[in-house]
Design a binder for this molecule. Structure first.
Ligand code: UD1
Length: 371
């Protein structure tokens, strides 16, 4: 039997999740693997460099969607992805994470199979069940709706399964497989070690803090942004703070006429350079979801610039502390770490580099049984 699997990628945090799954799926002779890039992220620094760093094959289809409002982005992706579904008639569509491309392709797939004689393609969601319970986050909407549509739900941590069961999703659709992003982290660790980024930025190991910040909740409102920056600049008096600036944040800085004189800003970094920076940082401050997990996996202290996290295992077991956007709390927690008081973590179950193998085996067996 021959099966066709489509893997969807769209934005930066998708690439390191899709890469190990693509590699593993390609090992199955009976599965034809097709990579579709929506083009939600299109800048070299947010997209192309990740293909090079992660050895991702060139996408088979590029939808060229680009920027726009959430509805524009989702709508355009759905229209273009439906054409791919019509052309390929795949058996399974795999979506990863919680970006607009994830939801739009899951929804287009669910609509495509309405009224068809065969229940196909099935939808597999990698990184299912995470919940911040904050409906103002676009990612929370994407997660909830994608999970409601998916047939195979792959969870990264115990809270994922609990949330899905609470929402009435049948347990036989849920598989606790671990964190596929950690597969990438482990398999590219040695290569990341060779990155020259510390030298290029004139930094020494353990002698700087790393900062990333791009969430609408932190950067889109002027007062919040100024308040957080004030705290970060205070921290920068005690330790170098290196800040690769996301395009959204750059745009807001420009719009509000904000300049930072104390933070060491850079372009967004590629995967290997960023991993080198994270591995050698004294601590990281971030509002990203994935970096909370990568910091836990690397045992690097992480201060999360958010009131909540959809990844509670990073707080319960890992190195993560939620500091929100109150400047005094941010500064106090950072100072503790600078003075040598830090949270030690442990590695959550199945964050072992073999998650993609587990996912592909389950997908293959599912296709065999249902076709
Ligand atoms: C998206 C994801 C978010 C993820 C983040 C990682 C959604 C809802 N959000 O947010 O979950 O954490 O990616 O980066 O899917 N832009 C560029 N170049 C690009 C892409 C975007 O300049 O290649 C600009 C856009 O024009 C826009 C801003 O950056 O002004 C935001 O881009 P967008 O893709 O809408 O959302 P992100 O904030 O990147």
């Amino acid at each position: 039997m021959h099966y066709r699997a489509v893997i969807v990628i769209g934005a930066r945090p998708n690439f390191m999740k899709a890469a190990p799954i693509t590699t593993q799926l390609k090992r199955y002779d009976d599965i034809e693997t097709i990579l579709v890039h929506t083009g939600q992220h299109y800048d070299k620094e947010l997209s192309k460099v990740f293909f090079d760093d992660l050895n991702l094959p060139k996408p088979d289809y590029y939808l060229g969607i680009g920027s726009g409002s959430h509805s524009e982005q989702c709508g355009q992706i759905m229209i273009e992805f439906e054409k791919i579904l019509q052309e390929l008639d795949p058996d399974v569509v795999l979506v990863v994470g919680d970006v607009n491309s994830t939801l739009a392709c899951a929804l287009a797939t669910a609509k495509f199979r309405c009224g068809r004689p065969r229940y196909s393609p099935v939808i597999a969601h990698v990184e299912a069940g995470l919940r911040s319970n904050d409906w103002r986050m676009p990612e929370e909407i994407n997660r909830r709706l994608t999970d409601a549509l998916a047939d195979l739900l792959f969870t990264t941590e115990p809270s994922g399964q609990d949330n899905l069961i609470k929402e009435g999703i049948s347990s036989d659709r849920i598989y606790h497989v671990g964190n596929v992003m950690i597969d990438s982290l482990l398999s590219f660790k040695a290569q990341a070690e060779k990155s020259l980024i510390l030298k290029q930025l004139n930094l020494k190991e353990n002698d700087y803090a790393l900062l990333t910040m791009h969430r609408p909740g932190n950067v889109d409102k002027k007062n919040d942004l100024i308040n957080i920056l004030d705290g970060l600049e205070e921290i920068a008096r005690s330790i170098k703070v290196v800040f690769p600036v996301h395009p959204r944040t750059k745009k807001m800085f420009r719009q509000y006429g904000i300049e930072s004189h104390f933070l060491k800003t850079t372009q967004p970094l590629g995967y290997l350079d960023f991993m080198k920076m994270l591995t050698n940082a004294k601590f990281v401050m971030t509002d990203s979801g994935g970096i909370q997990e990568e910091a836990t996996a690397l045992n690097i202290p992480c201060l999360t610039l958010r009131e909540n996290t959809e990844r509670p295992v990073t707080v319960d077991q890992g190195t993560n502390i939620l500091v929100g956007k109150d400047r005094d709390v941010i500064v106090a927690q950072a100072m503790k770490i600078i003075k040598g008081v830090r949270k030690q973590g442990e590695i959550p179950e199945f964050w072992d580099g073999k998650t993609a193998q587990r996912i592909c085996k389950i997908v293959f067996n599912y296709l065999k049984v249902h076709n």
